[in-house]
Design a protein around this ligand. Structure first.
Ligand code: SF4
Length: 262
């Protein structure tokens, strides 16, 4: 039978952020998220929708819907129908995909080893769930959320700020588990109101595990409630300072909004 999960959409595009920006990628977006980032660009994923939207033509002219929950094997069949092997990556994304580890496990096993590398995009705060699936993944793309920019669902921001140290601890434990995958990199979204001290503390903690970890400083994309992005001078200064501990710190904004890619 195999597991079923809650999905938002499946579509073919290019990676819009991180070190593989521009690479052809088939995205499988799972529904549900237990965090509430101040700058979230996909609030529609917080609650799983009634049906999953599935692209059926490469030119994006045809779609169909499958009611949730959808069997993992139906998602694999949809990926095959969209020429899975033509892509460099298949990205399992969200929402927070690790809220459904048994579905990630089934998908990664079925989609892996067939050409595209299996890349997990995650908020990086569920280390126990990652431990169940990490052996099936090729790349872990984890966020290191700044405690002042994020809160857990149902909690006030202040609560998470008080427990910033323990939230950082979750990220650190997560990164240790992620190192069992062939590749891991870390993204830190920087907003105009993010605190430099928090960004740099995160970089220092990451470097303590491995100074060669690729860290991407991603200036937030203005949209929704976010009106401005941090300036170039500030980002370059953060890169310089983080490079005291890390050997590969990159400043990479999201690119897909620039030309309307999904
Ligand atoms: S973890 Fe991702 S989906 Fe969840 S609130 Fe943050 S940005 Fe949005």
């Amino acid at each position: 039978m195999g597991p079923s999960g809650h999905f938002v959409e499946l579509f073919s595009s290019v990676q819009g952020e991180g070190p593989y920006v521009g690479a052809s990628t088939l995205f499988v977006r799972l529904g549900g998220c237990d965090l509430r980032c101040r700058w979230c660009d996909s609030p529609a994923t917080w609650r799983p929708p009634a049906a999953c939207r599935i692209q059926t033509a490469r030119d994006r002219t045809e779609w169909r819907e499958l009611p949730n929950p959808v069997a993992a094997r139906a998602i694999v069949a949809a990926a095959d129908a969209l020429a899975l092997e033509d892509h460099r990556f298949v990205a399992l994304t969200g929402g927070e995909p690790l809220l459904q580890p048994e579905v990630i496990d089934a998908l990664a096993r079925a989609l892996g080893g067939r050409g595209p590398r299996v890349l997990l995009e995650t908020a990086g705060h569920l280390p126990d769930a990652l431990a169940k699936v990490v052996e099936t993944l090729d790349v872990v793309s984890m966020d290191w959320k700044l405690a002042s920019d994020v809160r857990r669902e149902g909690e006030a921001t202040a609560v998470l700020q008080q427990t910033a140290r323990s939230f950082d601890g979750l990220h650190a434990r997560f990164l240790e588990v992620a190192r069992r995958a062939p590749e891991v990199y870390v993204k830190i979204v920087v907003t105009e109101t993010s605190r430099d001290a928090e960004v740099l503390a995160a970089c220092e903690q990451i470097a303590r595990q491995d100074p060669a970890t690729v860290v991407v400083l991603q200036p937030v994309t203005p949209q929704g409630v976010v009106r401005t992005r941090p300036g170039a001078a500030r980002l370059l200064a953060l890169q310089r300072q983080a490079s005291r501990w890390l050997t590969d710190v990159r400043v990479i904004p999201q690119t897909h909004p620039l030309y309307g890619a999904p």
